[in-house]
Design a protein around this ligand. Structure first.
Ligand SMILES: NC(=O)c1ccc[n+]([C@@H]2O[C@H](COP(=O)([O-])OP(=O)(O)OC[C@H]3O[C@@H](n4cnc5c(N)ncnc54)[C@H](O)[C@@H]3O)[C@@H](O)[C@H]2O)c1
Ligand SMILES: [Zn+2]
Length: 356
């Protein structure tokens, strides 16, 4: 269950109820929350040097006021490795002066959040964590829902646990230092929430002239609430509801694989959403106007709607798609839009229905 109170979003899970706090000063918000809920635990801030350089004075203030230690992890997807995990949990053990008396504060994008979340979820079978997502994608997606993971050579996110945060702090000021590509990637995920669940969110984006005009606190708050509502009704992906979050991701993931991740996740998802909507139009599930509205919105934010792949990339695309776990006996499960704000699971999509 999810409810709003005093401008916060509360997520009730089987484990605990935690707040998602929209803050204009993350350091102050964390200090207040920490003192009230987690003190006298020893706090360990996990971040990377890119974020630290940009937000040093705030992080230093936070660290000195709650006496937190700071642990740095590398800045790249490679940080989600067994090696970095090993170093991180050993740092936790080093600072763990009193038994079970640690708490983690993860300040960073999805990489820091997933890694620190996995460390917090497994160290002593689980210690508290405050998630402070600093990218748009992390604010509206990865920090909410309790999914944590690291990568193996064999594939991404293969080792992980569900570990719900004690608190998620969303501070829009982080977006001011983000690179435009990162902002656009997050926006693509936000458009996804509009298509699957919220005509109002979609219209909010249709009404602005460009990215500068977006009312970020409302946009981020609405996206975070949608993610929280979906995951709190299907915490461990047992009921299929969480599956709707995969809209645009089936084809998107195959594009990422086919292009060796040269096409980034958000961009691939934007193209994947268009391809899925085209399939829905061809099947008569949704009207052409839905596709036109999606194309217009992506175009406004300079997000692509198509991709040209060479023959070898196409081969890899199909191979990746066929290997996807949603593919069985020549048929595939897709999330297709019915209209803006509503989607349907269709499980008999065949290869010839997918045009790339
Ligand atoms: N757990 C989940 O449910 C879930 C969901 C979606 C994605 N993910 C994971 O999230 C990861 C991607 O996350 P991401 O897109 O945030 O990438 P990221 O964490 O790599 O961040 C992108 C870049 O932006 C930098 N950065 C972060 N905040 C910044 C700021 N405020 N200003 C300037 N630079 C900043 C980072 O240092 C990094 O270089 C992937 O590993 C993916 O698997 C997890
Ligand atoms: Zn995604």
């Amino acid at each position: 269950m999810v409810y709003r109170e005093n401008n916060n979003i509360y997520v009730k899970t089987s484990e605990k109820t935690y707040p998602i706090i929209l803050s204009s000063d993350f350091a102050k918000t964390i200090i207040d929350f920490y003192k009230e809920n987690l003190f006298p635990r020893v706090a360990v801030i996990v971040t990377n040097r890119t974020i630290f350089r940009l937000w040093r004075s705030k992080i230093d203030r936070l660290s000195s006021l709650i006496g937190a230690e700071i642990v740095f992890v590398p800045d790249s997807e490679k940080a989600k490795s067994l090696e970095t995990y090993d170093k991180l949990v050993n740092s936790l053990a080093h600072y763990d002066e009193r038994k079970s008396s640690l708490a983690v504060i993860a300040i960073g994008g999805g990489v820091v959040g997933d890694l620190a979340g996995f460390a917090a979820g497994t160290y002593r079978r689980g210690i508290p964590i405050i998630q402070v997502p600093t990218t748009l994608l992390a604010q509206i997606d990865s920090s909410i829902g309790g999914k944590t993971a690291i990568n193996l050579q064999a594939g991404k996110n293969l080792i992980g646990v569900y570990h719900q945060p004690d608190c998620v702090v969303l501070d829009m000021r982080f977006l001011s230092t983000l690179k435009e590509e990162n902002l656009k990637e997050g926006l693509a995920e936000g458009i996804k929430y509009g298509v699957i669940r919220s005509p109002a969110l979609f219209s909010m984006l249709e009404e602005v002239a460009d990215m500068d005009q977006i009312d970020w606190p409302s946009f981020v708050g609405e996206c975070a609430a949608i993610k929280a509502r979906v995951v709190s009704r299907d915490e461990k992906e047992s009921r299929g509801l969480r599956y709707i979050l995969n809209f645009g991701h089936t084809i998107g993931h195959a594009i990422e694989v086919a292009t060796d991740n040269r096409i980034s996740h958000g961009i691939a998802v934007a193209i994947g959403m268009v391809k899925a909507t085209e399939i829905a139009c061809r099947l008569g599930i949704c009207r052409h106007t839905t596709l036109v509205r999606l194309l217009r919105l992506l175009d406004k934010f300079s997000l692509p709607s198509d991709i040209k792949m060479d023959a070898s990339q196409k081969r890899r695309f199909w191979r990746a798609l066929m290997r996807d776990k949603k593919f069985s006996s020549g048929k595939m499960k897709f999330i297709l839009p019915v209209r803006i704000g509503a989607v349907r699971v269709v499980d008999n999509i065949t290869r010839d229905m997918i045009r790339i």
